[in-house]
Design a protein around this ligand. Structure first.
Ligand code: C2E
Ligand code: MG
Ligand code: MG
Ligand code: MG
Length: 291
């Protein structure tokens, strides 16, 4: 909200920015319509568990199905929504949908664990934990079926306030995860003060795991350190079988990436659960991914 005002103020003194600000204003209007008119949709990307697990972990990823522009990826509106503060409405929409969908799957006998993304700004809103708790109750979803992902930098903006919100979110009984680990500047010893249970290694380290010895060293030591702190480790961006196998050797717990599955809509995930060998927990060696 403040950022938006700052931009509006800027435009008054610099007419060159007028076009851009008009575009920003119309994007904000469209984004509002998107949330209110249900143009957003959640996709789900399943993870492979190296040790067989009774439940399937997935990450919910938002997409915008724009009436004219079609499929809009999150990187084209999430950063903007963060700047304007409108992310708050989007986060509540995503939370509600993810919680509702998870409860639905559980009622249908599908043991799905849903992770979803929070933004830095979400942690500055003290009402979020109570709103989350109310949604869980409303939809009959247990908190332990949900993981909230936050990036390292989210906590660095205002550590005291962010940490307080994290503590209260964790007190609901959900899991917390550090997303894109390795891209920020925080150390594991710093993260240790946070009530997190999972660490997701950023895909920039995973992509070249088998070709860059330095990256393998980073991934290996991150897994070891994370495990010594009692954290579950997910590797992001697993695109090849070779990388998947190496991650297994390094003791990684979960793998997420196109090699396992691309993000798919809810119906697509159900089909994947029913038909993919991955979903049966089979070791994927020698099997073709279905996506
Ligand atoms: P993220 O949370 O790190 O999500 C993982 C991103 O990596 C997703 O991109 C996913 O589609 C992509 N990905 C998965 N496997 C692979 C792979 O093997 N290779 C490559 N190159 N990419 C892979 P997506 O869906 O475009 O989302 C991008 C980012 O947008 C997310 O990164 C997250 O930071 C943000 N985002 C997505 N949904 C939400 C949301 O509901 N709320 C918020 N606040 N942010 C979201
Ligand atoms: Mg994420
Ligand atoms: Mg990530
Ligand atoms: Mg990422």
């Amino acid at each position: 909200y403040k950022a938006k005002q700052a931009h509006a103020g800027h435009a008054i003194y610099d007419p060159a920015h007028h076009g851009r600000n008009a575009a920003r204003l119309s994007l904000l209007t469209e984004l509002r319509q998107a949330v209110e008119g249900d143009e957003l949709v959640l996709y789900y990307q399943p993870k492979h568990a190296f040790r067989s697990s009774a439940m399937l972990s997935v990450e919910a990823l938002v997409r915008w199905v724009h009436p004219k522009r079609g499929f809009v990826p999150p990187m084209e509106f999430i950063p903007f929504a963060e700047q304007t503060g409108y992310i708050r409405a989007i986060t509540l929409w995503v939370l509600e949908r993810a919680v509702r969908q998870c409860a639905e799957w559980r009622r249908a006998g599908r043991a799905v664990h849903v992770g979803l993304n929070l933004s830095a700004r979400d942690l500055l809103h003290p009402e979020l934990p109570d709103q989350f708790r109310a949604m869980l109750e409303h939809h009959g979803c247990e908190a332990r079926w949900i993981t909230l992902e936050i990036t390292e930098s989210a906590v660095l903006d205002d550590p005291r306030k962010a940490l307080a919100t994290l503590e209260r979110l964790h007190a609901t009984g959900c899991q917390l995860s550090i997303d894109d680990y390795g891209t920020g500047y925080s150390s594991l010893s710093y993260l240790r003060q946070m009530p997190v249970q999972e660490l997701k290694i950023d895909r920039s380290f995973v992509m070249n795991l088998t070709t860059r010895p330095g990256d393998e060293l980073i991934v290996r030591s991150t897994i070891e350190l994370a495990h010594s702190l009692g954290l579950v480790v997910t590797a992001e961006g697993v695109e090849t079988e070779e990388i998947l196998v190496r991650l297994g050797e390094l003791g990684c717990d979960l793998a997420q990436g196109y090699f396992v599955s691309r993000p798919v809509d809810a119906a697509g995930l159900e089909a994947w659960m029913d038909h993919s060998p991955w979903a049966r927990g089979d070791h994927p060696s020698g099997t073709e991914p279905t996506n």
